[in-house]
Design a protein around this ligand. Structure first.
Ligand SMILES: [Zn+2]
Length: 340
């Protein structure tokens, strides 16, 4: 019996398909979005982190040509262009195919003075031969039952996830309702290093799977990388348009001889505050002995018999659109009576 050798070609038979966002097709729509957004981007700085690169070029995709490190960089360049077009500022963890350690990415972001950190990635499944799995997901750090969870990070994740998945016409994966995930789902109690170590609001996007036969064919097309970037950009626009409450320290009234503390903070939001969302923690313990006056937007905190030493007050608050304030911590130091 003769040998029959079956030669399987190395090219994909999958047809690429993607749709251009409406703002790419209609100049009027594009101008409209950019005009509205420019007010919100003014003075805002974004730290973009294209994942991997340099020594780390391991995720090469279905046919070996969809190199995650390169695609991440391409998407980041396009996103930088969109953000700068509306007057936002951008700094990046790398602009070339170079090795940048994970901890250095966070350190650079923390030093940059940026308001947001966005890490850009493309996914691969655990099983190497899985060429079917493909979805879009966005990660934030920790879980809402944990003290270290910052709800503003999930807000940003939600908005980016929705518009990114929509622009790519991908679903959000079945592991969460809306395609956003806590990074504890991947690394329990630890999360992603870049999200854990970055001290500004941070999210990580996994735009699509390079290992998917269908997705990998699109990911190597420049125009499609711009579609991805536009999805992220549009998500940020909608997030900013919905407003972010601002919390600020106003004054410490008294620490009397009994060490009773009276301290007040202002919380404002142009859309209006969700008064029920306000939470106060003192030294990481939930504390409900405060008063919020909705008229002057002042939160007064009364804390009896404060111990000597350092204390941290943390306040969480959302506006009526559901967007939470940036992380707010206020350090106080109660001196020993004999020092006064
Ligand atoms: Zn990655």
């Amino acid at each position: 019996m003769p040998f029959i050798i079956l030669i399987v070609g190395c090219s994909s038979s999958v047809k690429t398909f993607y749709e251009l966002p409406v703002e790419f097709r209609s100049p009027e729509k594009r101008i409209e979005l950019l005009k509205i957004s420019s007010t919100y981007f003014k003075g805002k700085k974004f730290f973009l982190d294209p994942g991997h690169g340099g020594k780390d070029r391991n995720n090469i995709g279905y046919l070996g040509n969809a190199v995650e490190a390169d695609i991440n960089l391409n998407v980041a360049f396009a996103l930088r262009m969109f953000i700068m077009e509306v007057g936002g500022m951008v700094e990046m963890s790398r602009e070339k195919d170079t090795t940048v350690e994970l901890k250095d990415r966070s350190a650079m972001a923390n030093k940059s003075g940026a308001d947001f950190f966005i890490s850009i990635h493309h996914n691969a499944p655990n099983e190497k031969m899985d060429i079917w799995t493909n979805y879009t997901s966005t990660y934030y750090h920790a879980k809402d039952s944990d003290y270290e969870f910052e709800p503003c990070q999930r807000d940003l994740a939600k908005y980016i996830q929705r518009d990114l998945a929509y622009a790519m016409r991908n679903s959000g994966g079945l592991g969460s309702f809306d395609g956003t995930y806590s990074d504890y789902k991947v690394y329990p109690r630890e999360g992603f290093s870049v999200l854990r170590l970055t001290k500004i609001p941070a999210v990580l996007v996994e735009c699509g799977f390079t290992t998917s036969e269908f997705e990998s064919a699109r990911l190597v097309i420049d125009e499609f990388n711009r579609v991805e970037a536009w999805g992220i950009f549009r998500g940020i626009c909608r997030y900013l348009i919905n407003g972010i409450p601002e919390i600020r320290f106003i004054k410490t009234d008294t620490i009397d001889s009994n060490n009773n503390l009276n301290i007040s903070f202002g919380i404002k939001d142009s859309a209006g505050l969700d008064v029920n969302s306000i939470k106060v923690f003192v030294d990481s313990v939930y504390y409900n002995s405060y008063n919020f006056n909705p008229k002057d937007k002042i939160l007064s905190l009364y804390y009896p018999a404060f111990n000597y030493g350092a204390h941290i007050i943390r306040i969480i608050a959302a506006n009526i659109k559901g967007n939470y304030a940036f992380p707010f911590y206020y350090n106080i130091f109660v001196e020993n009576k004999t020092d006064r």
